[in-house]
Structures are given as structure tokens and as C-alpha cells.
Design a protein around this ligand. Sequence first.
Ligand code: CP
Ligand code: NVA
Length: 308
Amino acid sequence: MRNFLDISDLSSNELRAIIEEAKARKKKRENYNKSAADDDKPFAGRSMVMIFEKPSTRTRMSFDIAVKQLGGSSIILNPDGIHYGKGNETLKDTAKVLSQYVDIVMLRTSSHKHLEEFGKYLDIPIINGLSEQSHPCQIMSDILTFEEFKGSIKDKTISWLGDGNNNMSNSLIEAAGKFNFNLKIGCPKKYSPNKKIISWAKKNKVNILVTTKPEEAVNNSDCVMTDKWVSMNDKVNQKQKKKNLRNYQVNKKLMKKAKSDAIFMHCLPVGRGEEVTDEVIDGKQSVVWTQALNRVHAQKSIINWCLN
Ligand code: CP
Ligand code: NVA
């Protein structure tokens, strides 16, 4: 039984195995209906509980479909509708009770500590479905998508534009270390990656460049990635932050600095006309809809990894 909280918790071999299993399973079911189960139904007779402290479209849908494809079932809980560490029940007791009913938990939370605390008390695995610190399931899906379009990610160059200090950029930095790709982050100084992740990157010899010049970050890149300028957990002056990040918008002019066959990625939801123009996100280089689909495939192997 294993928890999936952060990319940095797993070895490169384990992460690679998750991606390869996702590729193989996806290929095997090419002509199947969207919710039809895989032939081996490894999750048959088992179920997942999903708890969302924050809104979600992709994570909610893709985990539900993932579990169905593995032959199991899922239940979505709203933290306001259950005891979840409130009223007369401690988080520990809620965790112990859930462990009696289901086989795995997925939690989206505003506080990474909830994942660790809940994980400590559960007798079953827990998966991080986004916290303010990291979004490992999204980045694993994005590795799968990158490799579908561009082949092995090893030694390729990925550019990250905009907010360099959010959950997505943290998980991307960890992935750069584990999958050995080059990472160039273009962001204002104020939104640079935090000290903790930079020291992890140094210790793990990540090939990372942080620059305030967007063109330098994108130059000769295989993939340009960005994310919402204001994340769900950001308690900031939104107008000011958007103004500060204006020069980091991914538009046609900036995309031209990347390789001519570079892809554009975004985890969604998107701030159209803010971090990216319609022309880029709806253009030929964009792979954002495959990214959304691949959440299903990557998460299926993450669930299998947790249970095996
Ligand atoms: N990308 C992603 O996690 O989307 P949701 O917030 O819709 O789950
Ligand atoms: N950084 C974004 C990711 C959304 C999937 C957020 O936390 O809002």
C-alpha cells in the first residue's frame, strides 16, 4: 500500500513504470467505449472515495472514468456534507471509518497538511488530487501527453511561463529531476520558484534555468507550458498580479521563439486572453484536450501503483 502525494516521493523507475503502463493500457483499449472496463478489470469489486475541498472539473471526471475503466466504482464526497474533522468527529476517526468502506482515497485540498494528516490515519492509500503545493497527477498526465506527441522527454526542453511559484511549477520541477528533461522558467523575480523547491532541484541536479526574460525561457524549446496567473489558493490582489505577469503571456509571437514543431500545454482551466491567447490555445500546436483526456490514463496507473 502506497500513497501518491508528490512526484519527488517516487523513484525515476517507479514513475517511468507508471507512464509505460498508462501508454500500454491506453493502446489496448483504442476502440473501446469511453467508460467500458479494461479486459483485466484490476479494480473490480473495489471503490475509491474522492473528497474535494475545492472546485474541479477534470480531476473529478477523470478519476471517476479511470476507476470505471479499471472495473471499480467511485463515490464523491463534499467535505461540507461529511464529518471530515468537524463537529464531534476528528479527522483521524473519519479516516478510520472510510478505511472500512473503500479501498483508496483521492483528496483535493487547500492545505497539503490535510493530505499528510489524513494519509497518516488511513489504512488505505491516498492520492493527491491537487494541493496548494503540488499537482502530481496533472504533471504525470502531462509527461504521458508530451511523449505521445514528441517521443521520450529525456533531454528535451520544456518552458514554463508566468507564475513560477505554484502547485504546477513545483511538480514540474520535481518531474524535471526524475525524468531528466531541461526546464526553463520565465517569470518575474517576485514569482520565482520558492527556496525549498530550488534547493531540492540543486540537490537533485535538475537542469533548470530561471529567467525574467520570456524569450530566453522559450528559445529553442520543445514545449511551452503555462497556467492560470491566479491559482485557486492565491490570496492576492488579482488585478495587480495579472498586471505583473502581462509580459509572460504565451502568444503567437512568443511561440515563434520555440522550435517550429513545439507543442503548447495548459492544465486548464484557462484564463483566455491572460496567460495565453485564443490563437495559441486553439491553434495547431496546442495539445490541451489530449492533456485533459490523459488524466484518465495516467491516473489509472497511479491507482494501480498505489494498490500493488
Ligand atoms: N487541471 C485540473 O486539475 O483541472 P480541475 O481543476 O478541473 O480538476
Ligand atoms: N495552479 C492552478 C491549477 C489548476 C488545475 C490552481 O491551483 O488553481
